[in-house]
Design a protein around this ligand. Structure first.
Ligand SMILES: Cc1cc2nc3c(=O)[nH]c(=O)nc-3n(C[C@H](O)[C@H](O)[C@H](O)COP(=O)(O)OP(=O)(O)OC[C@H]3O[C@@H](n4cnc5c(N)ncnc54)[C@H](O)[C@@H]3O)c2cc1C
Ligand code: SF4
Length: 337
């Protein structure tokens, strides 16, 4: 581990000032960053411990939206009464992730910023464009069972591993940030980025910017939602494929739909054209199969992960069936059904 400066500011302004150099990093729960430092993958020049900042509250705004402070833990968010009642898809996605101990420490801001779980990214003895730009991508032609089937580039085929962010994508969240140039709000669809030729940049946060909160508008799909996570083990494993699905149905006709996928790309994947194609259609397996094919029209396996294309197709259909039936999967129930 390299030498680094450690500071613990008490105000957002002081934190932003301290973060205003490229190699400075915020430290929240530490469940990802400290691991990466131990593996010598992250080498921050300065650790800005943000745990004293007043960013730990969950509030309902005057417009009925949910405001989540960046330091709210995954546990507090998932079990919050309002979140369970009004944003259950978010609660479900968070509880599908990690373990209770990790969720007690991990924060909302840290979850948004967590880095890929590509095996080569974690192994500094291998080539990896995300860890060391220009060195190559060991996963292309290598072991790539967990990698992307959508949105990958010749530089990187890694996926974003978060569950929480997939639900947030379906819920049209926006990320509130504050930096040297003031405050701005980034729609979640524009927060994470595809790798393109710059896979080292996971998101659109600028140097010195701090995530302060996440805003989620009030949803209007009632009980018709689900978060389906397909993984190698029933708990404590990242998603091979996950689907956050929500529908608004009137007299058997789909009025509105949201479908976000995890485990398929560098970012939670939402296809607005595919969603539009489902509006006005009758609820049923034929419409669901059609939209699954639409979403996956450009999907491409990398060899070991070819199975993910068919797995994603089936997961989308199953999630939409669960959502339409108003039978979301309970994350406390680990049985397969
Ligand atoms: C064994 C294991 C299993 C896991 N399984 C899952 C899973 O199934 N699903 C899932 O979604 N996640 C899973 N996780 C990941 C876990 O959810 C993340 O590690 C966690 O959410 C990161 O949050 P943190 O607060 O600990 O972040 P930290 O480790 O403190 O920080 C992570 C990154 O975020 C940055 N950061 C943190 N807060 C801010 C902020 N406010 N503004 C700007 N930058 C910030 C840091 O600088 C750092 O780069 C797993 C982790 C482990 C170790
Ligand atoms: S997929 Fe991305 S993170 Fe993995 S080795 Fe290739 S460049 Fe690195």
């Amino acid at each position: 581990m390299n030498r680094f400066e450690y500071i613990r500011p008490a105000t957002v302004a002081d934190a932003i000032a301290a973060l205003n150099e490229p190699a400075a990093r915020a430290l929240a729960g530490g469940t990802n960053l400290v691991d990466l430092m131990k593996y010598d993958v992250a080498q921050p020049s300065r650790l800005v411990d943000i745990n004293r900042l007043p960013l730990k509250s969950i509030e309902i705004t005057s417009s009925g939206a949910l405001r989540i402070g960046a330091l709210v833990t995954n546990t507090d968010l998932a079990w919050h009464r309002d979140v369970r009642d009004k944003w259950p898809i978010l609660s479900s996605a968070i509880l599908a992730g990690a373990s209770p101990q990790l969720r007690n420490a991990a924060t909302a801001g840290g979850n948004l910023m967590q880095r890929t779980r590509c095996y080569y990214f974690y192994d500094p003895s291998t080539a990896c464009n995300k860890r060391q730009p220009g060195s190559g991508c060991s996963a292309i032609g290598g072991v790539n069972r967990i990698h992307a089937i959508l949105g990958a580039s010749d530089s990187c085929i890694a996926v974003h591993p978060s569950d929480m962010c997939v639900a947030m994508a379906a819920l049209d969240a926006s990320v509130e940030v504050e930096g040297p140039e003031g405050k701005r709000s980034i729609p979640i669809s524009g927060f994470h980025r595809l790798p393109g030729g710059e896979p080292e940049r996971d998101n659109t946060l600028r140097v010195g910017e701090l995530i302060t909160s996440i805003i989620i508008p009030e949803p209007d799909f009632g009980p018709c939602h689900t978060y389906l996570k397909i993984r190698d083990r029933l708990s404590y494993a990242f998603a091979l494929i996950s689907v956050a699905a929500a529908l608004r149905v009137e007299e058997g006709i789909i009025q509105d739909v949201r479908i976000a996928l995890g485990g398929v790309a560098h970012k939670p994947w939402r296809d607005f054209d595919a969603e539009r194609s489902l509006k006005g259609e009758r609820v049923g397996i034929q419409s669901f199969k059609h939209v699954a094919d639409f979403i996956l029209r450009d999907a491409k396996g990398q060899g070991d992960n070819d199975f993910k294309v068919e797995l994603a197709r089936r997961a989308i259909v199953r999630a939409l069936e669960q959502a339409a039936a108003g039978t979301p999967q309970d994350q406390a129930d680990k049985s397969l059904h």
